[in-house]
Design a protein around this ligand. Structure first.
Ligand code: ATR
Length: 273
């Protein structure tokens, strides 16, 4: 029987996951079915349980349910425990296992695809919401020289620094404190690009040695990447590679094969063009 997978979210219609997983399965010669599953707010646990009791093998979980998925899981990985968020659920020996592949997706895109080591680098991440929380443990595991979180609402950055202290040191600052500082990697983990805005970063943050990375992907350059380009940032990247890498990690959790990602990223870039 063809094994069933799905991405569950609200909204979910925009999700590229079915396309990505169908391509992975084709390339690996696996026969799977991967659908989109819409859940009303408050109905996540019931929908997920229904999916698994009907024989479903794995779920990707997207906004706004990653925290609920963490609480629903019987067992979770270390990185999901750190994030307190789950984006990948699987049924293993009757137990629901939760993992979070977002952070390793970001790290692989930076380190492997962009060939930009994180170890020993000064890293700045903008934002302190769910997107950032999901990637901090894998970023810390790369052993950057320093990891700074800047957020409009400073107390949220400070709370993250406190929560992640067992995994490594984080420096929490407001945007004004970034004045005059330089970083090797600047990651935009705010949702500002979704509303066409730029976080209030001071000028002069980027240099020809800087990688500017927006976790959001889009057709043209996001306002953040436009600023980085205008300040001669050495490298610009959006989050499409991260999207494909997090999916590849989910696929390998479910199917025990790590699919090749280059082809799929290339295809998606064309689909989105
Ligand atoms: P997500 O799950 O996408 O991270 P979230 O939890 O709502 O969403 O968090 C959104 C993040 O983007 C927050 O860090 C938010 O800053 P505040 O905590 O100060 O609200 C940040 N953000 C959103 N729009 C922004 C903007 N225009 N400039 C700067 N930061 C912004």
């Amino acid at each position: 029987m063809t094994e069933r997978y799905a991405v569950i979210g609200n909204p979910v219609s925009h999700s590229q996951s079915p396309l990505i997983h169908a391509e992975f399965a084709r390339a690996c010669g696996h026969a799977i079915r991967y659908e989109k599953l819409y859940a009303e707010r408050g109905e996540f646990a019931a929908e997920a349980e229904k999916f698994f009791s009907a024989g479903g093998r794995g779920l990707n979980v997207t906004l706004p349910f990653k925290g609920e998925a963490f609480r629903l899981a019987d067992e979770v990985s270390e990185r999901a425990r750190a994030a307190e968020a789950v984006n990948t659920l699987s049924l293993r020996d009757g137990k629901l296992y939760g993992d979070n592949t977002d952070g390793i997706g970001l790290v692989r895109d930076i380190v492997q695809n962009l060939d930009f080591p994180i170890a020993g680098k000064r890293v700045l991440i903008l934002g302190a919401g769910g997107a950032v929380r999901g990637v901090l443990e894998p970023l810390l595991a790369e052993k950057p020289e320093s990891l700074t979180i800047a957020n409009r609402t400073l107390i949220k950055a400070e709370a993250l620094a406190h929560h992640f202290a067992p995994w490594g040191a984080l420096i929490a600052v407001g945007y004004a404190e970034l004045e005059g500082l330089h970083f090797d990697i600047v990651v935009n983990g705010t949702s500002s690009s979704l509303s066409g805005e730029l976080p209030p970063i001071p000028h002069g943050l980027f240099s020809p040695r800087t990688l500017a990375y927006d976790m959001v992907y889009s057709r043209g350059l996001t306002p953040f990447l436009q600023r980085a380009q205008g300040e001669n940032s050495g490298m610009l990247a959006d989050g499409l590679g991260m999207l494909v890498e997090q999916a590849a990690e989910s696929f390998s959790i479910w199917r025990n094969v790590h699919p090749d990602t280059r082809q799929v990223t290339h295809m998606l870039r064309e689909v989105l063009a």
